[in-house]
Design a protein around this ligand. Sequence first.
Ligand SMILES: *Cc1c(COP(=O)(O)O)cnc(C)c1O
Ligand SMILES: [Zn+2]
Length: 428
Amino acid sequence: MRKDPHQRAASELARRCVRCDKTFRPEAPEWVCVSCGGNLDVLYDYDELRRWWSKASLAADTTRSMWRYDAILPRGLIDHMPTLQTGWTPLYHAPQLGSELGVTKIELKDDGRNPTGSLKDRASAMAVAHAISLGQRVLACASTGNAASALAGMCANAGLTSVIFVPEKTPSGKLAQIIAFGSYLVRVEGSYDQAFDLAMAACSRFGWYNRNTGINPYLSEGKKTVAFEIAEQLGWEAPDWVLVPVGDGNIIASVGKGFEELLHIGFIERLPRLVAVQSEGSSAIVDALLGDGVVRPVEVTTLADSIAVGKPRDPDRALRAVRQSSGLGVKVRDSEILEAQSLLASKEGVFVEPSAAASLAGLVRLAAAGDIARDDRVVLLLTGNGLKDTDSVLDRAQLPAPIPASMESLERRLAEDPLGDHSSGIGA
Ligand SMILES: *Cc1c(COP(=O)(O)O)cnc(C)c1O
Ligand SMILES: [Zn+2]
């Protein structure tokens, strides 16, 4: 998996505050702005990069992971990458879903195919490589579940220790992963917001590497690779829309950064419009987009656990990404999220967790409202695998009663309940 030694990487020029534009030298210790507390963007020497990096050199690269883009990732981290294959997930055309919705060009970016089953693997792989480069061996994070299982898995792979802070209500699939990977698990009474604050305090007290979302600028460098992949998989033709489920706002900010970097170095000619999709029960960022632009904390009530965030940790970069792309914000009900989860699985065979299905629920709304047109090319970012939270399906399903193992019984069952319309096994 190692690359040719002649491969180069862009120089990191600075980190820049999203709020006040203050810049920090690459070797400066700050991860958030000391003046205003804003989160930082990692910036590279794009002019230098343009001189030697091209679509053709990339086409000749046989790396099939996020590290294929190491030219535009923090220099040297590829040498410390975990060996779990992260990124280069499939982009599927979805014609059956398309005819159902009357939108002909839907593409599914299936990031549930990552090693621990979510897009968070991209960030955690980067965090592990970064921690190793700094000589740190204990990494901590707060998480609704996926960042935790991703960090746990990547640390196990690299022989490092992970300390994981999760809220009480984390789905059992994600807990099982964290336990199996051998993390030090701290279950915190309350929600993700409380777990986050405790993890922050613990990192500064014990000197652990901090993989908390928003404040660690390098996580975004991992997550932005999903935008590079979408663009390359579409032949460097930017789609019209990318729909993203949003909690903290770090994923959508990273997707936005990725496309903007591609535009800047001339690999694409325009930005796709980004759509932030949130649950009505956790909508701080979309409320700001639809309202006065100010992000205010909200009380969280949603079963989409990965986007259940009362106080978003990367709000400014998220709003910027949506606005710079002339994007939109949309809120959906939990019932629409669950319907979208069933629709996606039954029409295309792609099973995602509820939070990931929010992107499809957003498309259903925007297509019905006429905001997204029939021939627009639409990418749904599918951020997490359905096997992480099987209860979200089983709790709604009516399991058929068992039958005796005889042909006679089977024939009776088929007479009572014909094959007909079993497009989704989930009862009304
Ligand atoms: C983390 C996560 C999100 C939301 O990402 P944010 O950066 O918190 O906005 C969406 N879906 C899944 C499956 C996730 O794990
Ligand atoms: Zn600042």
